[in-house]
Design a binder for this molecule. Structure first.
Ligand code: FES
Length: 139
């Protein structure tokens, strides 16, 4: 049986969530492997949320929000960028491939970009195979 990854996506209400909505209303086609979690800003995505997603079986995690300079809370996306960078440095120590964690900026009118990003990410994670991280770390 082919491997179908589960991808958890923390998406900002104002930009990427709206882009996802636009992709849907525009009837764009993208893989159904994504589980969206709407947050008000990427700046509120605590690193613990990302780790918990992996521990509970996610094969990859996407954090996506407003472009730099467009954050509705001024600098939330800059905080997210720093946190994701640190997570990518720390998580390989637990056998985690950094490609499984992705940060993107997708604006509200970027429905096509949203669909393309999900399609590309699912293809990359299918090639990587299932996550081996599950159950290996303790919070
Ligand atoms: S409001 Fe969208 S990233 Fe901050």
């Amino acid at each position: 049986m082919d491997f179908e990854p589960t991808i958890i996506a923390f998406v900002c209400n104002w930009c990427t969530y709206t882009a996802a909505d636009l992709a849907g209303t525009s009837r764009l086609i993208y893989p159904a492997n994504i589980r969206l979690i709407r947050v008000m800003c990427t700046g509120m995505v605590d690193p613990k949320y990302v780790i918990k997603a992996f521990l509970e079986g996610a094969d990859a995690v996407l954090v996506s929000g407003c472009h730099p300079g467009d954050c509705h809370y001024i600098n939330g996306n800059y905080k997210a960028r720093r946190r994701i960078k640190l997570l990518k440095e720390i998580l390989p120590q637990f056998g985690f491939e950094p490609e499984r964690l992705k940060l993107t900026w997708i604006g509200a009118s970027d429905g096509i970009r949203f669909a393309d990003t999900i399609t590309e990410m699912v293809s990359e994670i299918r090639a990587l195979g299932p996550s081996q991280v599950r159950g290996k770390m303790v919070l």
